[in-house]
Design a protein around this ligand. Structure first.
Ligand code: C2E
Ligand code: MG
Ligand code: MG
Ligand code: MG
Length: 292
């Protein structure tokens, strides 16, 4: 009897999948602990004006340093959190940290925006606009300085509710960006229906656009589309100077990527902003003092 059970188990479940799901359960249990014991952190990646070279915005990216496994990628644990109800806690953790950091930078005179990623689930959560409003008020950040990044998959998930949630956020003055633009299988109808502020061209088109003609055409027409619709366009995944230059020539407003700055700590962002200010001050002084 036991042998039969064993045989059935083996024939019904792929051992690899089984191990995988046990692993996922363990990771999920660990994630609950991580939230309570401070293993989570937020990294920040700059977004740069491709014409002036100045930092104009920062994207908050969650980080998890697991005590045994080391760093776990967001793509590996965000989906787990989404399917377990932990995502609300994760998002409010990131939002709080990001807004606290932003409030400090803005108080120091750096006129930046902060982008925070929303999970697909949140977009149909009618309580979200109020949570966001409360977080902004708590940190004294004006709504226009916050950009919430959503994906096309999120927009498609529950259109009736998503429309209400996005409209309520925009009513408050919060900006909405479509992240990973071009990868989500959504028809373009939402660009007409929803008030969107920003398109982020997906890294998969940007990284190879100088070598792959299809990618180049997709990036070029996305930039043109965004500009004609009056949207800000941000290119993700810029890994070299030539790509940054091409994008600027195509009229792309803002860039993000390893070439412009890797995700890093809030302290490193502050150092970069101070360097930028010092350089701008020196340039202004050089213009005023003749002969310098
Ligand atoms: P995303 O929002 O599209 O974020 C950009 C991702 O690309 C980040 O990966 C970033 O580190 C990476 N990246 C930036 N520049 C380059 C580059 O030049 N080359 C390459 N190869 N990669 C670059 P990360 O931090 O691993 O995040 C992956 C995804 O996880 C994010 O994609 C976002 O969808 C999700 N995520 C991250 N943080 C959060 C969060 O706080 N909440 C939610 N809901 N999702 C998050
Ligand atoms: Mg993003
Ligand atoms: Mg993206
Ligand atoms: Mg992504």
């Amino acid at each position: 009897y036991h042998a039969k059970l064993e045989r059935d188990r083996i024939s019904t479940y792929s051992p690899a999948l089984d191990v995988n799901s046990v692993d996922r359960l363990q990771l999920l249990a660990d994630l609950r602990v991580a939230i309570d014991t401070g293993q989570l952190d937020v990294a920040y990646q700059v977004q740069v004006d491709l014409t002036s070279g100045h930092v104009v915005a920062v994207e908050a990216l969650i980080r998890w340093r697991h005590p045994q496994r080391g760093p776990v990628a967001p793509d590996d644990f965000i989906p787990l959190a989404e399917n377990s109800g932990l995502i609300a806690e994760l998002t409010s953790y990131v939002l709080d940290n990001a807004l606290a950091a932003l409030a400090g930078w803005r108080a120091a005179g750096h006129d930046l925006r902060m982008s925070v990623n929303l999970s697909t689930r949140h977009l149909s959560d009618l309580a979200l606009p109020r949570q966001v409003a409360e977080a902004l008020a708590r940190h004294g950040v004006e709504p226009g300085a916050l950009v919430l990044e959503v994906t096309e998959t999120g927009i498609l998930s529950d259109p009736a509710r998503v429309d209400v949630v996005i409209a309520a956020l925009r009513e408050q003055g919060v900006a909405i960006a479509v992240d990973d633009y071009g990868t989500g299988h959504a028809s373009l109808g939402y660009l007409k229906r929803l008030e969107i502020d920003e398109l982020k061209v997906d890294r998969s088109f940007v990284s190879d656009m100088r070598r792959n003609h299809q990618d180049f055409v997709i990036v070029r027409s996305t930039i043109a589309l965004a500009r004609d619709l009056g949207l800000r366009v941000v290119a993700e995944g810029i890994e070299d100077a030539d790509t940054a230059r091409s994008l600027a020539e195509l009229g792309c407003d803002v860039g993000q990527g390893y070439h412009l700055g890797r995700p890093t700590s809030a302290a490193e962002i502050v150092a970069r902003l101070s360097d930028e200010r010092r350089a701008a001050g020196a340039a202004a002084a050089a213009r005023i003092v003749p002969g310098r």
